[in-house]
Design a protein around this ligand. Sequence first.
Ligand code: MGD
Ligand code: MGD
Ligand code: MO
Length: 750
Amino acid sequence: MSQKTRALSRRQFLKGISVAGAASLLPLKLLMPYSAEAATAFREQDFQIFRNACPRNCYDTCSIKTYVKDGVVKFIEGAQESTFTKGGLCVKGYAYPRRVYSPDRIKYPMVQDGRRTGNWRRVSWDEAMDRIAGKILEIKEKDGNLLGMGLTKYSGNFGITNYGVEGMMSSLGYTTRFVGTPCWPAGIDAQNYDLGDMWCNDPEDMVKSRFVIIWGANPAWCSVHSMKYVNEAKRRGAKVVVIDPIFTQTAAKGDVYWQPETSSDGALALGMARHILDQGLVDNDFVNTHAIGYAEFAAYLRENVTVEWASQVSGIPAVQIKEVAEEFATADPATIWIGYGMQRHTNGGASVRAIDALVAMTGNVGKEGGGARYGHLRTWGFNYHALLQKQPEGSTGFIGATGPKGEFDFTKGEAASFTDRTVNINKTAQAILDTKDPALRMLWVSCKNPFAQDFDRPKLEKAFDTLEMVVSVEQFFTETVNNSDIVLPVTTLFEEWTVNASYWHYWVGINEQAITPMYETKSNIEIAAVLSKKMNQLSPGSCTFPQDIDTREWLEKEFNQGIYDYLGIKHWTDLKNGPVKARLASSASWSDMKFGTPSGKYEFQSELCQQNGHDALPRYKEGRKPYDEFRLLTPHTKFGLHSQFVNLDWMQEFNKEPFLYMHPDDAQEKKIADLDTVRVFNKVGELKIKVKLTSNVAKKSLVIYEAWFGAGNDFNVQNLVDDESSDMGAYKTGAPGVAIHGQFANVERV
Ligand SMILES: Nc1nc2c(c(=O)[nH]1)N[C@H]1C(S)=C(S)[C@@H](COP(=O)(O)OP(=O)(O)OC[C@H]3O[C@@H](n4cnc5c(=O)[nH]c(N)nc54)[C@H](O)[C@@H]3O)O[C@H]1N2
Ligand SMILES: Nc1nc2c(c(=O)[nH]1)N[C@H]1C(S)=C(S)[C@@H](COP(=O)(O)OP(=O)(O)OC[C@H]3O[C@@H](n4cnc5c(=O)[nH]c(N)nc54)[C@H](O)[C@@H]3O)O[C@H]1N2
Ligand SMILES: [Mo]
């Protein structure tokens, strides 16, 4: 993400100048990306400046300063107040103005006459709502309840008020919800079993680390702002080890790079642990005072694990495993950044538990500059007012845990025991096909792009075809919109009020409405309000969602004294002066050694984990068995945030088309040359794509970065990725994760 682009450097130039106060030196053209008119130099007072916060699902959750003139966003920059954002944005962030003003944006409510026909026609909000509300009432009439209406929503916009989408569903009745997350659930469960919560150190304290292992994460692309802490730690003498089957840009910045067999991380961590044990480098105070189950873990290591075995499984030479293990155990403090990429496997949770154990046995838990860093939700203590809406009187639904067999029953039982029906978000297609009594008739898609991000795309198309109505709330004509009947145009971050927190750093920022919503766009909660108005017109009392919304008032309702105290502010409007950081007692998580586990200690051996169907100890669990010749990895690109940004013309100047990356030796064997077009195929489906040869990719591995290149380009990695579950995730997120990187495929020249 730290790439230079032409559009980007223009903005960076501006940013530098406004800070340096040397505006008069700027060539005029550079100041006016949208108009050639005004021949004046940059003066800050010529702009209205707003505070925004990037709501994308990303570690960095950047604090943004937005410069508006004549009601138009002219440019944006990273806020200086946040020591994390530190005045800079990523390549995607700098492209934001184009997302707002892109000619491809969805401008009005539209209806498609026949899915995938492209026969879209503009309708009024009133007509769109008539159709939608009419359908909802029809479902209720036919089924006697609203479980036939499903909501699939994930991470398109993490602004707090956008939980009003879930609130809108509740305000209609009990519905079917796609729960869980495709992103990080196996690791979340693992950390909950070991530590009692997922809670990472402040990333800014990585500078204090003496030894940093970045394990299955690629921050040089996926968390650009974190790299300055990694680099500073290095400058102060820390060693940086990167463990990834791909030689990433992050790996290029490390001192040591390991390219292990994919999904063999558990063996590698346990091999290191065994060596640390043998060398007497265990932190006895930590394992005896603050942990339980260490003796059992040590016995397991002695009986079942050797460095040679770890070397065989992972492909990393034993001598290197020993060397890094010793250096890690003797450096003080030492830390491991556990990436989300490495837990997207059938053994992902088990691997994270093995890595946690390595950090714990060396006494690096609860220590500044140490820690098993994965993520946290400590700054998310909002009221969730938008989310917690009430069902209308007399709503019936699913009787979950309280029903006799957990079966659906809407005639018996107390109203209080009704719940929504939940299905696995990582098996969207299968869930739509399997859900019966009542079947899903209608799907509301918001802040989510299932056709780009969910799994087994061919099956998804079949599943969508069984639905009577699909409504998408979107900014662009994605493939999901193409598979919908109605699309509602939604605002971008510059057109609404909300607040954003991070799952990585500890800054919180306000998102102000900087411009009037473009065209006929509305925010997610305003859409809920117009739907409520229509529902109540057609059937009074059928929806409890407020019918008029002032998003500022709704923002106010999200704050409480706890948040104010944690952030050290009096009122949320204080955030208009800039983002603030939580007042942390220590930059280390768990610094008081009071863990959230049942024993209150770090649990090398977790009964809870065993009760939930896994090993009590962080034993080695094998990854998914290969079913085709090549491993297939489809990780995240620097030019996009999942299905966002890559479609913009600004971005395509630098990233025009997708490629398959493969090792030259494999290519030679398959008679494939650089830039040849190949067919990649497996049991899910196939895609045709151009090849780039590179030894950054391991042999027998294929790498294709997930992205959406815009309407008209049918590239889609989900034609090759199935919905196999990962081992963990159900405990804390409601559904197991998904083995995104536990995939295999074949390749041939076409
Ligand atoms: N093959 C493969 N698949 C993957 C992954 C992978 O690595 N490889 N990664 C997985 C991971 S980690 C994640 S987190 C998921 C992400 O999956 P998603 O959350 O679905 O991903 P996004 O593309 O970020 O966002 C979805 C849509 O939200 C829309 N959107 C943006 N703002 C708003 C708004 O304010 N309101 C509404 N209604 N819509 C909005 C965007 O235009 C976009 O189309 O994908 C998963 N899928
Ligand atoms: N530019 C950009 N930034 C993003 C995103 C984006 O789409 N684009 N997405 C955001 C989101 S939602 C997320 S979840 C994060 C993801 O952030 P990261 O976890 O950093 O990124 P990923 O691409 O999911 O995976 C990281 C690495 O895991 C490696 N990996 C896969 N399998 C294994 C394994 O078995 N062992 C090991 N050791 N490594 C393995 C992959 O090769 C990849 O290089 O980034 C966030 N930031
Ligand atoms: Mo993610």
